[in-house]
Structures are given as C-alpha cells and as structure tokens.
Design a protein around this ligand. Sequence first.
Ligand code: FAD
Length: 308
Amino acid sequence: MFGPVLLAASRSDRMRRAVAAAPVTRPVVERFVAGDALHPALDTVRALTASGLNVTLDHLGEDVTDRATAKATRDAYLRLLEALADDGLGARAEVSVKLSAFGQALPDGGHDIALANVAEVAELASAIGTTVTLDMEDHTTVDSTLGVLAELRKEHPQTGAVLQSYLFRTEDDARALAVAGSRVRLVKGAYNEPARVAFQNKRDVDKAYVRALRTLFAGDGYPMVGSHDPRLIAIAQELAARHHRAAGSYEFQMLYGIRTAEQRRLADEGERMRIYVPYGADWYGYFMRRLAERPANLAFFLRSFVPA
Ligand code: FAD
C-alpha cells in the first residue's frame, strides 16, 4: 500500500529535502549505503572481497538534467575505476551505472550524450580488466539503454545489462540477450510502472521472473540472478544444475545490507556471489526504493523518529 506512495516520493524534490534534513535519517541510510564518498566505500569493498564476495559499485545519482553534472558522473566513475586498479580490486569489483546520471534524459541528444560519457567508463573498465553493467531505470528508458548496450558491446562485449521481470517486454528482451558473451542481471523491477507496460501483482512478476530465468539459463550468455527471494534463488540453482552450468558460469547478486546471511551462505556453497554496493551523497532515490520494497524498512525508518 505504501510502495507506490514512496516511489512517487522518490522523485519529489520537496520530500528529498525533508528526508535529508531529518537528523535520524543517516543511521537508517547507512544500512543500505556504504558511505558518502569513495574512500569509505572502498573500505567496504576491501572487506567484502577479502571475505570471498564480489562487488559491483554504484556511484549514487540519477535523473541528471545538465551536461556538466553528467560529465561529473563520468569523472566520478573514472576516479572509482582508477582507485580499484590501484588497489588491485579489478578482478572482484565491477561497476554499475545509471544512464540517467550520464545525461540520458537531457532534451537535446540525451541518448548520445549518455553513450559518449559511459563509453569512456567502459573503455577504462576494459583497460583495468573489469566490467560495466547498465542498471535499468523506468520503462521509458529501456529502448535507449538497450541501444547504448548494443553500441558498447561492439567494443566491450562483456558490458552487462539489467532486465526487469515486471515489464511485459522482458521475455522478448531476455530471448534477444541470451546469447554468447552477453551478461544479464535479472531483477523484479523497482519503479512505479503503469498497468499498460508492467505486471502489477507480485505473483505475476515472480512467474515472469521464472520464465526469463529459464530463457537466460538455457541460453549461451552469463545470467546474473539479482534477487533476495529464496524461492527464485532455489529455482536458479535447479536451472543451473539442469543446464550443467558450472559455478562461475552464472552468478547471484544482492544489495548491500540486505539478507547478508544468505549472501554468505551462497558464497560458502561455492556460488559466485556479488554484492551491489552503492555510495555517494545522492542516496535519496535509491534509499526510497529500498523503503518501498519492504514495509518493515519503512516502519524501522519511522520508528527512528521516536525518541528512545
Ligand atoms: P522481494 O520479493 O521483493 O524480496 C524477497 C525478500 O528479500 C524479502 O522478503 C526480504 O526478506 C528481502 N528484501 C527484499 N528487498 C528488501 C529490502 N529493500 N529491504 C530488506 N529486505 C528486503 N531494480 C531495477 O529496477 N533496476 C535495477 O537496475 C536494479 N538493480 C538491482 C541490482 C541488484 C544486485 C539487486 C539485488 C536488485 C536490483 N534491483 C533493480 C531491485 C529489484 O528490482 C527489486 O526491487 C529488489 O531486488 C527486491 O526484489 P527481490 O527479488 O529481492 O524480491
């Protein structure tokens, strides 16, 4: 019931200012975000990778409306990749990017601006031996994001994309991307989507997830199972066994701070487990989507306003 309200609030500047100004917000945000800046985030990355986990780093930011900020996003990722290379973390750490932070929504030539900015990031990622995954945002951006993916894959075939099972189109997209060399993270989807483009009911979203999982595991690509849902994780493991996929020919991914015991369990079983680690000052949209996913998170957040 609160989900759609929180997702609408995630795009409100007034709410952004109110939530950011509340003194109790920070400890709750820290459960999901690995610090305001690169260096604290790198401490988290070192700890996770030392314990046998892999990571994908997200420099937080989205919905950029001017070219200078889009360039600043590119520069932040270039600094991040340089730091990963300096620390020798390239083998276990990759990066996730939101094209809206690279200028995708700019009115004049946003698609091309985002492509030019992200291409520099993909170039450096390849040079240091790591990969880029393009996060998926709301449905209006999917064609452009998959277009950028196709362009990047010409030079950097290991570039990954995200598909969202709640979208009706995803079955077709999964079929098109289940090809050799392709890396696809399958998630349920975190945005507020209208009924004309997306399943509204959890059962339908879960069923669609299983259909897309089947396609990805049967294909020749590299499936990345982005979910905390125990049922879907078990189904992915069954599909891996059915298709004789060795550990390392697919992976599991979960968000930083969510179901950490399950992250450990899968890694200890020998699965490749990657943690999505967001960092940076622009945490608001990401944080609100995490609250929207789970009423208990909202209750935890609201309880923190009550003096002990
Ligand atoms: P759910 O049914 O929502 O959750 C299953 C169980 O996981 C819950 O019962 C609970 O125990 C736990 N859980 C799930 N979410 C939370 C939470 N917020 N707080 C605490 N516990 C929780 N979405 C996009 O639209 N685009 C993306 O690019 C994208 N990238 C992602 C990358 C990764 C690595 C992951 C894991 C998710 C990503 N998502 C993205 C979010 C995704 O779409 C879902 O909104 C989110 O993962 C919740 O769905 P679920 O599959 O975990 O299942």
